[in-house]
Design a protein around this ligand. Structure first.
Ligand code: UD1
Length: 369
């Protein structure tokens, strides 16, 4: 029996882990266990996702909470080392690019426990993003590298990764989108929109939390002023990340907004997928939402100078924008003039099964010793 620890810490990890947990639970000879570092700890940022994804309680909860990057990374390492000592797993699986991802892969490798990275190979080539450092370090030390698209394989090849350890398996987040969509009825969709008083397909959905957008008063203020103007033309709904909300208060930004501009609390997973599916377009700085909108074939504007997910631009419905062209691009979408996009290969809801098969194969080839 192989004991495999699946590590999650922050909101975007949960929907990547869930399909793999269920696929491993059904596989013969694999015993998966969930480790939650507690990087995200609010009910709305964490437990609500476990509920919607029908996950069990984490087997280990490390309660690290927030802090500076060093504090958060350090605390995760100290606590995760104790779990590794007690559980003696055969493999640790980490997801995405958050601080918990790099902290747990480092800790495991130093104790000679093999590491698999799901969502390997993504690069923004922007080292001012903490996530880019997390991606590069995690990929450099992981034993198995599971990429969502072939551009990831190419990035890893350029960095000299051992190609026998790289496998393009597709996008695991889409597995969760497919599952949750099958569980949301038309009546439930209507109810979510009714509760938030949103006209179907006639509102813009906004999420922003990147330090580059929200950690300086001027940029956050400029973005909010723009959204307030946009709200004169179309309802704007903004489920606000705790980081953004804290900064709004800290900077003392005027929040007397137009009636059409609705700032709400972060919403749970099933509500967020419903909100995306029924929106006219999405404005975001998230990584995962660029992918979800590409899968849903919904126009997406990403307020960032770069993306680690270029396939969402070259094949999907996404475009990068800045404050000089966001109004023009929004107008273009509102006038019905936007690319249709295509869903990239292997974004088909079956990635978790491919990962399980690959792990069994790698283990058979002796790559996990
Ligand atoms: C983290 C990830 C980012 C991911 C994002 C999604 C890193 C470096 N960043 O950014 O890649 O896209 O999650 O949400 O790992 N907070 C709460 N309640 C919570 C969680 C956070 O109040 O449940 C507060 C923290 O106290 C902190 C701020 O939000 O002040 C930021 O949290 P943190 O985990 O440091 O990074 P995120 O901005 O959420």
């Amino acid at each position: 029996m192989s004991k495999i620890l699946l590590v999650v810490g922050a909101r975007p990890n949960f929907m990547k882990m869930a399909p793999l947990y269920f696929a491993m639970s059904q596989a013969e000879g694999i015993e998966p266990a969930i480790v939650h570092t507690g990087q995200h700890y609010d009910y709305a940022m964490s437990q609500a996702f476990f509920e919607d994804l029908e996950l069990p309680e984490p087997h280990h909860y490390l309660e690290v909470g927030s802090g500076t990057h060093a504090e958060q990374t350090g605390k995760v390492m100290i606590e995760f080392e104790k779990v590794l000592g007690a559980d003696e797993p055969d493999l640790v699986v980490v997801f995405g690019d958050v601080n918990s991802t790099v902290a747990c892969s480092l800790t495991a490798k130093k104790l000679h426990v093999p590491v698999a990275h799901v969502e390997a190979g993504l690069r923004s080539f922007d080292e001012t993003m903490p996530e880019e450092i997390n991606r590069r370090v995690t990929d450099a030390i992981s034993d198995l590298l599971f990429t969502p698209s072939t551009d990831g394989d190419e990035n890893l090849r350029q960095e000299g990764a051992n190609h026998t350890r790289v496998r393009c398996v597709g996008n695991i987040m889409i597995d969760s989108v497919v599952t949750i969509l099958s569980r949301i009825s038309a009546a439930q969709e209507e109810e979510t929109l009714r509760q938030l008083d949103l006209p179907p397909r006639d509102y813009a959905l906004v999420t922003l939390h990147r330090p580059s957008n929200v950690d300086a008063k001027d940029s956050l203020n400029a973005i909010l002023r723009y959204l307030n103007t946009l709200a004169e033309r179309i309802v704007v709904v903004f489920p606000m990340h705790p980081r953004t909300r804290k900064n709004l208060a800290r900077f003392g930004i005027d929040t007397a907004f137009n009636k059409g501009f609705r700032i709400i609390e972060p919403v749970r997973y099933r509500e967020f997928i419903t909100l995306q599916k029924n929106s006219r377009f999405v404005l975001t700085d998230s990584g995962g939402i660029q992918e979800e909108t590409t899968y849903l074939r919904l126009p997406c504007l990403t307020l960032r100078p770069n993306t680690e997910r270029p396939i969402t631009v070259t094949q999907g419905t996404n475009e990068l924008v800045d404050m000089t062209n966001v109004a023009e691009k929004s107008d273009q979408i509102l006038s019905g003039n936007w690319k249709e996009g295509a869903v990239p290969p292997l974004w088909d809801g079956r990635t978790a099964g491919r990962i399980v098969e690959a792990i069994e194969e790698f283990a058979g080839a002796g790559h996990l010793q």
